[in-house]
Design a protein around this ligand. Structure first.
Ligand code: BGC
Length: 438
């Protein structure tokens, strides 16, 4: 890390650094980029913005017999409160903010562009730079426009064309302000879930059938359901094309994808564990190896597999509000596997705990960061860590009960209160810089 680059980040701020590097590289479209070790907190649009009325999940929340425990409603009202929230995040000592831009806001109807939504996201990015935060943007975080899902979602033959048109528009509209980005959030999640639970989820099927009916469509393609293999193939091909589309737009930043992972440990013979990892992750890890500047690892707990399949956690384990084993050391194992198969640098794009007890969260963070540091010390190329989540927010089907935020949100008043864990994480920010070859 040269003194010059280091100074340019510290004095010139994140935007100064990015602008300088991009203009220096505008001609060649490839370069070395130096970024600080990313130390941030993450959110997603649907879970925080509120009133995402054009998204498919908004409809699913309202179906009779829905699997959603409660409705997202105005969520954290982040769509209007983003300015104060970004200032708060920066004040904690973090240097990066991961959030998603919402396709259903940008393109509420096929081919109809919301200039208001584009201006909104441009302003969010601007505010991040103003407060020395490197914005990490997720182009697609689970929620899709209702019109996209009603056409069959990722199972529709022209799904990728629609998605690529959106990627091109988003990248052209605000790519110059992006610091780092992921095309998809956890496109492997449905496979991970199918592996750990009974194949048929009757309640979910009924809900999706109702959604299809209410949209006068033969199928409703929310991407956590449907034919996992067919969806995976369609999304991998879309990812590879999206990588090129986004890279040919403005801005020069690391671009990759994020995966839902567990730290998969073998009990006895590792054969079944290895098979499981291969089935869930490898197609995506290979896609990232083919085209990807980093692999985003999202890991919350471990999973044990023996010769006969999944093994229950030890009897004395404690569990988080999500029902997951408290196992902060999961970071190390998941990063090792992702790095070894993808051969790409790793960013931990999500890691955290659902708990009402912030002391427990602090304990989790300390142990997770120790685990991260062990992997780094052992030579794994890890370039950042984002805690999930910045705010207590809408936990999808589980509603608002699981609290994963570094910052509490009063559901009545929307008032924010930073928890001790937020300051702990901010104070642990490493003073390290990493060189990217893009
Ligand atoms: C998702 C987040 C979610 C978190 C905790 C990840 O699967 O990317 O949207 O809130 O896990 O459940």
């Amino acid at each position: 890390m040269s003194a010059l680059t280091r100074r340019s980040f510290l004095s010139g701020t994140a935007s100064g650094l990015l602008a300088r590097t991009s203009s220096a590289c505008a001609e060649s479209r490839s370069a070395n980029l130096t970024l600080p070790f990313l130390w941030g907190a993450a959110t997603a649009g649907y879970q925080t913005e509120g009133n995402s009325t054009n998204a498919d999940i908004w409809l699913l929340e309202r179906m009779a017999g829905t699997v959603f425990k409660e409705r997202s409603g105005r969520a954290d009202d982040f769509y209007t409160r983003y300015h104060q929230d970004i200032v708060l995040l920066a004040s904690l000592g973090l240097n990066s903010f991961r959030f998603s831009v919402e396709w259903s806001r940008i393109e509420p109807e096929p081919g109809v562009i919301s200039h208001e939504a584009i201006a909104h996201y441009r302003d969010m990015l601007r505010v991040c730079h103003e407060h020395n935060l490197i914005p990490c943007v997720t182009y697609s975080h689970f929620a899709c426009p209702l019109w996209f899902s009603a056409r069959g979602g990722w199972e529709a033959p022209d799904a990728a064309d629609h998605f690529l048109r959106y990627c091109e528009l988003a990248s052209r509209s605000f790519g110059d302000l992006i610091g780092t980005a992921a095309v998809f959030n956890e496109p492997d999640l449905h496979k991970l879930i199918l592996h750990g639970s009974p194949l048929s989820d009757r309640k979910k099927e009924i809900m999706l059938a109702q959604a299809a009916k209410s949209c006068h469509s033969p199928v409703f393609g929310y991407y956590l359901s449907g034919d996992a293999q067919c969806i995976e193939a369609a999304m991998i091909s879309a990812y590879l094309r999206a990588y090129d589309v986004i890279k040919s737009g403005p801005g020069l930043y690391p671009l990759g994808l994020t995966l839902a992972m567990t730290d998969d440990q073998a009990v006895g013979d590792p054969l079944m564990r290895d098979r499981k990892r291969t089935e869930i992750y490898d197609a995506w890890l290979h896609a990232c190896r083919e085209k990807g500047d980093f692999i985003g690892v999202q890991v919350y707990t471990r999973s044990l597999t023996g010769p006969n399949g999944t093994v229950a956690p030890p009897a004395d384990s404690r569990f988080t509000t999500m029902g997951w084993e408290f196992y902060p050391e999961c970071v190390e194992g998941a990063c090792r596997y992702a790095a070894s198969v993808s051969q790409r640098p790793v960013i931990v794009t999500e890691n955290g705990i659902a708990t009402d007890d912030d002391t427990e969260r602090q304990d989790y963070i300390r142990r997770a960061v120790e685990s991260l540091n062990r992997a780094i010390a052992d030579g794994i190329d890890i370039r950042g860590y984002y805690h999930w989540s910045f705010l207590d927010s809408f936990e999808w089907a589980s509603g608002y009960k699981p609290r994963m935020g570094l910052v509490a949100v009063n559901r009545e008043t929307e008032e924010r209160t930073a928890k001790q864990s937020a300051f702990l994480l901010g104070n642990m920010r490493p003073d390290r810089f990493v060189s990217w070859k893009l």
